[in-house]
Design a protein around this ligand. Structure first.
Ligand code: 1GP
Length: 239
């Protein structure tokens, strides 16, 4: 069976754009789960990401099992910390917050997570995670206690992405932060996309279908939509 990562690489090679719906277990309303899976099945989503900065509740396993039973898309963990690991998912983005200088999010959480992940069948996808300044304080910034990259210094963002690729990251994730005031600047997406060879994920603050298309046109291989779908389950129908 082709791995989830290889599917992403193949999609990039074929210029087939990918779309992930991000579900935060803390924000899922149990009563809305049936509608949620229906709307995901009717959308053009190709992946489901599960995670959040905090994830305080313990419905992670239950939520993933429900989704796996009702949706055929791969379920990829997008964890905020090592407690957000579930062997019910298909893969995990093994994140290192390479835009920041907090060792906890560069390597310490990863050391804690490694033995837990080893006991699962999860496909591990090493991901260089880059937080970009978005015009306001985001949860990632608060929780990670790191300074986001400047929106204007796109050369520095490129150097960070290239360092991530050289370190062996298999994906780069340009993140404005969930519910960000402004998404990642298109010029930054474009410069990074043109100068790395690994697939590029872009998310945070994208609130409409035009925003998704703009990110694709700039060079994003996979776009992540969280808040906009959380707020409006008809989001993907607004053609
Ligand atoms: C957050 O990039 C994701 O980690 C999605 O952000 O919630 O703003 O869509 P939004």
């Amino acid at each position: 069976m082709t791995s989830i990562y290889n599917q992403i690489v193949q999609a990039k090679a074929a210029n087939k754009k990918l779309l992930a719906v991000l579900l935060d277990p803390d924000k899922i309303v149990r009563e809305q789960l049936e509608v949620l899976v229906l709307k995901i099945n009717q959308s053009s989503a190709t992946h489901i990401f599960i995670g959040g900065s905090l994830v305080k509740n313990n419905i992670l396993d239950e939520l993933i099992v429900f989704i796996k039973n009702n949706v055929v898309l791969p379920v990829v963990l997008f964890p905020g910390n090592p407690s957000q690991i579930s062997d019910k998912a298909d893969a995990i983005l093994f994140l290192s917050l390479i835009s920041g200088r907090n060792p906890d999010y560069l390597i310490a959480h990863q050391v804690d997570a490694a033995p837990i992940i080893k006991k699962t069948q999860l496909e591990v996808i090493s991901t260089g995670y880059m937080l970009v300044e978005s015009g306001g304080l985001t949860a990632v910034q608060t929780v990670s206690k790191t300074t986001p990259l400047s929106r204007d210094n796109i050369e520095h963002a490129l150097a960070t992405a290239q360092a991530g690729e050289m370190l062996g990251n298999k994906l780069i994730y340009l993140e404005a932060g969930s519910g960000a005031n402004n998404p990642v600047p298109l010029k930054m997406i474009s410069l990074v996309a043109q100068n790395i060879t690994i697939p590029l994920i872009v998310g945070g603050g994208i609130v409409d279908l035009t925003g998704i298309q703009n990110a694709y046109d700039a060079g994003a291989d996979l776009v992540v939509i969280g808040t906009a779908f959380e707020n409006n389950m008809h989001f993907f129908e607004n053609k």
